[in-house]
Design a protein around this ligand. Structure first.
Ligand SMILES: NC(=O)c1ccc[n+]([C@@H]2O[C@H](COP(=O)([O-])OP(=O)(O)OC[C@H]3O[C@@H](n4cnc5c(N)ncnc54)[C@H](O)[C@@H]3O)[C@@H](O)[C@H]2O)c1
Length: 383
């Protein structure tokens, strides 16, 4: 077995996503399992270089996890020829410029979504990356969630018949920050800092809908700011200038209609923080992050509308849980593994910067649809 060290510059690892999901649950988890076996006698050993703006925070992280390399000088890290991959989980507004530098330096790119703040920028990144001949990937973690993997299994097995509709419900209450601290960073609520639920969530909905049900052909959305004032990390009040809820309807290729509510101003009365109900001619399913339950046509009750009597059936009990039938790894780690295999073993990989640009496009059109009060076509994009 040959061990190949892979040096990965990780920018934004002090953040929520960068630290928990990408550093700890993906890269460090890979090290804990002894590296990534490529199946050809090579084991990849990821060596992160923690990049950021605050040296003390990076050093504290490195020390906590027994890592050696930190830097506040992105240019110097990118000029280092031993660094193969640049990963970005910075705030969205800082991403485009950093990715451009990394592409120009010839690094392979793996990045959080959204890849840029507008479609033009996202397409330019994809173009530049292709011209530079580097490999590139964009996080599409929801596809690797156990609940959605089970849903995909049902689709592939023909469970639904003709799929009619998809109803997604995503959200939870994000505290305003005055009497209880907010559980999301304040930049999420300022449009001028790249915040907003449409920019955050529509990229996810684009690839979930596209990969499971069909490409999004049109969008009609209302984005709104339900909570206009919030309190930041220092307890200072600020104007929430970004949308904190979006109500979207998406027409899909293949004929299904999807409707997804996304909100940081809703209280959870669901089993999971996101749930998708899929109704088909042969059966229906409700999939969340981890679980998925179904009701087949043959087991569908026949409710009769009569408000004069109490409900006679417990409808939620009439669904059947789909078993795991497999072990599910962390979704972020699963996608990292596929990306590393793509870079070092030429394995196929289609969640690239062009796929990322589709997500940015849907967010951009969603916001425009809301501003203009009309339904908009989503043209297919290509390079
Ligand atoms: N895939 C997912 O499910 C998912 C979920 C949440 C967020 N995200 C994406 O991950 C990225 C980071 O989100 P997060 O919630 O981890 O944010 P965060 O605020 O917790 O972290 C942001 C990181 O960027 C760094 N940074 C660089 N320049 C900055 C600047 N000018 N101002 C403030 N911070 C700066 C911070 O130091 C920190 O390391 C965003 O692009 C977001 O869209 C993805």
């Amino acid at each position: 077995m040959t061990r190949k060290t892979v040096r990965i510059a990780m920018n934004g690892v002090t953040g929520r996503m960068g630290y928990r999901q990408h550093l700890v649950r993906s890269i460090l988890a890979l090290r804990e399992q002894g590296g990534l076996d490529l199946g050809d006698g090579t084991v990849l050993w990821p060596e992160p270089i923690l990049v950021g703006r605050r040296e003390h925070a990076l050093k504290a992280l490195a020390e906590q996890h027994g890592l050696e390399h930190v830097s506040t000088d992105l240019d110097a890290v990118l000029a280092d020829e031993t660094v193969d991959i640049y990963f970005d989980s910075q705030v969205t507004s800082a991403r485009e410029e950093a990715l451009k530098k990394a592409i120009a330096a010839g690094k392979h790119i793996y990045t959080e979504k959204p890849t840029a703040t507008g479609l033009d920028g996202a397409l330019e990144l994809a173009r530049l990356a292709n011209e530079a001949g580097i490999k590139h990937g964009v996080v599409q973690d929801k596809l690797f969630l156990p609940g959605l993997l089970k849903l995909k299994r049902l689709i592939d097995g023909g469970f639904f018949g003709r799929i009619l509709s998809v109803r997604g419900e995503f959200g939870y209450w994000v505290f305003e920050g005055d009497w209880q601290a907010a559980q999301r960073p304040s930049w999420n609520y300022r449009a001028e800092d790249g915040g907003g639920i449409v920019v955050d969530m529509f990229p996810h909905w684009e690839y979930v809908l596209h990969e499971l049900f069909g490409r999004v052909k049109s969008v009609q959305a209302i984005a709104t700011t339900h909570i206009p004032q919030r309190w930041d990390e220092n307890g200072k009040p600020y104007d929430a200038t970004a949308d904190d809820a979006a109500y979207g309807i998406f027409e899909l290729e293949g004929g299904a209609i999807a409707q997804i509510n996304s909100s940081w101003a809703v209280r959870v009365n669901r089993d999971e923080l996101v749930e998708f109900q899929v109704d088909g001619t042969e059966g229906s399913a409700v999939a969340g992050l981890r679980n998925c339950r179904v009701q087949h046509r043959s087991a569908t009750p026949k409710p009769v509308w009569n408000p004069d009597i109490p409900a006679t059936e417990v409808f939620r009990d009439q669904w059947q849980e789909i078993p795991d039938n497999a072990e599910f790894d962390n979704g972020f780690k699963a996608q990292w593994e596929l990306f590393l295999k793509h870079v070092y073993a030429d394995a196929p990989y289609h969640w690239d910067l062009l796929a990322g640009a589709r997500g940015v496009q849907l967010a951009e059109l969603g916001l425009r649809s809301s501003a203009e009060g009309r339904r908009l076509d989503v043209p297919e994009i290509a390079l």
